[in-house]
Design a protein around this ligand. Structure first.
Ligand code: CP
Ligand code: NVA
Length: 312
């Protein structure tokens, strides 16, 4: 099916830098408008009669609810597929699945394992494909995180984000976002769990700095953020990770080293007493509930942009 706006070329959102800095600014502004209308119970049916296919090969709460509720709020509808209840789990080639699903729906969101799987799907899709998390990236989450930062503190350009924990999909995406939008990431991971700069494919290596000690990474930071120690797909490493990450729990000592008005974020789900202390995630600097809610508002803006291009 063709996008509604024939002047708007088809675009996928597989990595954070699939949008330019200017397009991100548009999506943030549009998300703010969409959120305001949602809070006022005003209809915003810009995707009436459009259908979103959501494919989950890993578990989800926020991604499923935010995309599903968001698409209904835009006037569209949703088809939900998992590996277990579709032919995807019975070895139908990704390329064939992409050709079929994209003939019947208008936009596709996929949560899967390797980034190459979503790239293969996108290469054979007639409609825009959105990354709802892969082993390498979680771009919709970082869009929501930056939107949340802007809501609370204004522009993120020139600011410092401290990443404490695993060199995972979230860390890679923060690196890409910093490179694109002009802020810095101070990264501290245990040895053996470092980030691999080549995954993010940075234009400028100055956008991040590595610290051995998490407290030093947090010093003066405007935002401190972390994630689970064991991501989906890596469960067999859980015991080893619990030991390796023990000194990377975000604590009030780390928050005290950050800027006085620093925020705390976590994409959730969180494990209090593992990657973060309860008094940090449930404390006054934490914005994790706004962060979770904002997934829906930015993704509504993103789907609308991918299907319709800029509005007004
Ligand atoms: N943050 C996030 O993507 O949450 P879910 O795994 O619940 O979708
Ligand atoms: N890094 C985590 C994020 C979960 C939303 C994972 O991939 O499981």
């Amino acid at each position: 099916m063709l996008p509604l706006n024939e002047n708007h070329p088809m675009k996928h959102y597989l990595q954070f830098n699939d949008l330019s800095a200017d397009e991100c600014a548009y999506v943030f502004a549009r998300a703010a408008l969409i959120k305001k209308k949602f809070k006022a119970y005003e209809k915003h049916h810009t995707l009436a009669d459009r259908t979103l296919a959501m494919i989950f090969e890993k578990a989800s709460t926020r991604t499923r609810v935010s995309f599903e509720a968001g698409m209904y709020q835009l006037g569209g509808s949703v088809v939900h597929l998992t590996t277990g209840d579709s032919q995807l789990g019975r070895a139908e080639p990704i390329e064939d699945s992409a050709k079929v699903i994209s003939r019947m729906t208008d936009i596709v969101m996929i949560r899967t394992f390797e980034q190459t799987k979503i790239e293969r799907f996108a290469a054979h899709s007639r409609v825009p494909v959105i990354n709802g998390l892969t082993n390498e990236f979680h771009p919709c989450q970082i869009l929501a995180d930056i939107f949340t930062y802007i809501e609370h503190r204004g522009a993120i350009q020139g600011k410092t984000v401290a990443w404490v924990g695993d060199g995972n999909n979230m860390a890679n995406t923060w690196l890409q976002a910093a490179d694109l939008l002009g802020f810095k990431v101070h990264v501290s991971t245990p040895s053996g769990y470092e980030i691999d700069q080549s995954v993010a494919g940075l234009r400028c290596a100055d956008s991040y700095k590595v610290f051995g000690d998490p407290l030093s990474a947090c010093a003066g930071a405007d935002l401190v953020t972390t994630d689970v120690w064991t991501s989906m797909g890596y469960e067999a490493e859980n015991e080893a990770r619990l030991k390796a990450f023990a000194s990377w729990r975000v604590s009030n000592t780390m928050m005290a080293a950050a800027a006085p008005d620093a925020l705390f974020m976590h994409c959730l789900p969180a494990h209090r007493g593992e990657e973060v202390d309860a008094d940090v995630i449930d404390g006054p600097q934490s914005v994790v509930w706004d962060e979770a809610e904002n997934r829906m508002h930015v993704q509504k803006a993103l789907m609308e942009y991918l299907l319709l291009g800029r509005q007004d």
